[in-house]
Design a protein around this ligand. Structure first.
Ligand code: APR
Length: 265
């Protein structure tokens, strides 16, 4: 296959065929070939003027609720409209096979989309939350707000932030003075403790950590491959670009999630 280093694939397969427990750690690159722009590769268009670090914060949502809500909604609509690719599907099949043989393939993702689930895989931990459930920005009460499918027009709009048609965040029905926000982890907020505990347990008990499509710079997610290695797991990285982790992994596969993952299983 074009551009995939076969020797690295063979090396990875040799390691994976003896593995009973695999922890798969995914980032935005996992969803890129489905059509969700990654964070750090996409500092153009929608992202040119504002970075996620500026907009996905409590402070920004408090100061400019309509702007942040509309931006989040646009992202969620894009994520809802795209489909899982062959890499997601390969993980789903692989997980079922290992399950049936008494092993485990545990997926820990930084992604707030649901592409793994829609490809038939179970996700152990969404470290940065999920964009399809909501709670109150003030009182934290869960909301029953349901995200409607986007119209073609909304999806094609790909607006610049300063030209975006702004929508008001819906009011909270519990406290009546707050508005709702998605269950994502904003910058400066703590990760959900259970998700982080589950992720740590998964990497500490894994024979192999397979790290796919993350720049490995956002903590604490970036510490997970290191924890896996310290506990004795082999670490395999799949990414078309090197990251700060690359020089420490056992096998680096220079390729994309959609091309490489079906080759590994
Ligand atoms: N297949 C695999 N990897 C890819 C692909 C692909 N098709 N396309 C891009 N990549 C890689 C890039 O080379 C990069 O290393 O995916 C990585 C994406 O990096 P980021 O955009 O930084 O995404 P991620 O590591 O998930 O970011 C972590 O930062 O902004 C926050 O909360 C947000 O969860 C996100 C976190």
């Amino acid at each position: 296959m074009r551009n995939i280093p076969h020797s690295a694939i063979q090396e990875a397969k040799a390691i994976l065929q003896d593995a009973h427990r695999i922890a798969v750690l995914t980032g935005a690159g996992m969803s890129a070939e489905s059509g969700v722009p990654t964070y750090r590769d996409a500092q153009t268009g929608l992202w040119e003027k504002y970075s996620p670090e500026q907009l996905a914060t409590r402070e920004a949502m408090s100061n400019q609720p309509e702007l942040v809500w509309s931006w989040i909604l646009h992202q969620a609509r894009v994520m809802r409209s795209v489909q899982p690719h062959e890499g997601h599907k390969a993980l789903g099949r692989w997980q079922k096979q290992l399950d049936a043989n008494g092993g485990a393939l545990e997926i820990v993702t930084q992604n707030i989309d649901d592409l793994h689930e829609r490809a038939g895989a179970e996700v152990l931990a969404h470290l940065h939350g999920t964009t399809f459930t909501f709670r109150c920005f003030e009182c934290d009460a869960p909301s029953d707000y349901v995200l409607e499918d986007a119209t073609e027009e909304q999806l094609e709009a790909r607006p610049e932030l300063d030209q975006m048609v702004l929508e008001e965040p819906p009011a909270c029905h519990s406290c009546s003075h707050g508005f709702i926000r998605p269950d994502i982890v904003m910058f400066g907020e703590l990760l959900p403790q259970q998700a982080m505990d589950d992720a740590l347990e998964a990497v500490r008990t894994a024979d192999v950590a397979l790290v796919v499509g993350t720049s490995n710079i956002v903590q604490p997610a970036a510490s997970l491959p290191i924890a896996a290695s310290a506990a004795g797991a082999k670490v395999i990285e799949v990414n078309p670009n090197v990251t700060p982790l690359t020089e420490d992994v056992d096998v680096y596969i220079n390729g994309t999630a959609r091309n490489v993952l079906p080759e590994l299983h």
